[in-house]
Each structure stands twice: as C-alpha cells, then as structure tokens.
Design a protein around this ligand. Sequence first.
Ligand SMILES: [Zn+2]
Length: 153
Amino acid sequence: MFVWMIWLSTQVSWTMNSKLKRNWHWETTPTIEICPDSNISIYQVVDALEYWIGQGVAVPIQGVHKVQHCNPKKKNVIQVNAHIDFDRTQYNAVTDIKWYNYGQKNDQTIYYIDHCQIQLPNDRLGEIEIVWHEFEHALGLGHSRHEIMQKVY
Ligand SMILES: [Zn+2]
C-alpha cells in the first residue's frame, strides 16, 4: 500500500487513454473508505486504481481504509458499500457522485466531486469489469467508448 502510493505520486504526466471522458474532477485528494457491509478487499481497491493508472488516469488518493462507520455527509471521500437502495433488477452496481462548481454554469464549467458513494453488491465483487467501472466513475470519468466504460452496469 505504501509503495503503491509513492509510485502513484510520481505518475503525474501520463496521457489519459483518448477513449476516456472526464466529467468531474477531485479538487481535493480523497480518501477511500470501505464500509462495514462491503466485503471488498483493500487489495481489490488498489487493483482497480492501478488499472486506471495504467490507462493514464492519475487521481491522487490519500489512502484506502476499512472503517467501522461510513458517514454519508463526510466530504472528500469515496465510500464503498454493498447494497443500499438501487434496483437490482436494473443495475449491477451504482455510483453516486455529489459535486459542486464555482460561479455560473456554462460550457467551461468544471464540476468538482466532494462525496462519492459506490454501491457494489458483494456477489458482484468477482466481476472485475464491474468493479473497475464503478471506481472509474468515482475518479471522475463518465461513460465513453472505452471498453470498460461503454457498458452501463
Ligand atoms: Zn457506469
């Protein structure tokens, strides 16, 4: 974990895969919290982040922690839950982004994330493309022609 963070911090000038589409930015450096109901491992989270680093998505992360309680009002955090409230007949997993912006909205507006909640049911954790897909939303990217981001899960 420590080694990985040092490595990440040196990777700032990579070019993002041109098929990817950035919708939101992190203005702050978020922490990742694994909430008590989720069985995802820290290793699996790091694996997802490393996949996206390999695609040129360099979003600094403060750390990945298993926590006893996830406060839904906390800022600067990506929280990973199992299943809370989405329709499982329609979706496999859901990522909710809370964002803000400065000034009036126009074409140039930058949208910043301050809270992200990933709902990844425990029986979907074996499907790596779903896990990678949801983490990519959490890093600020939307659906696109990229192989992992073109499907809607
Ligand atoms: Zn999606």
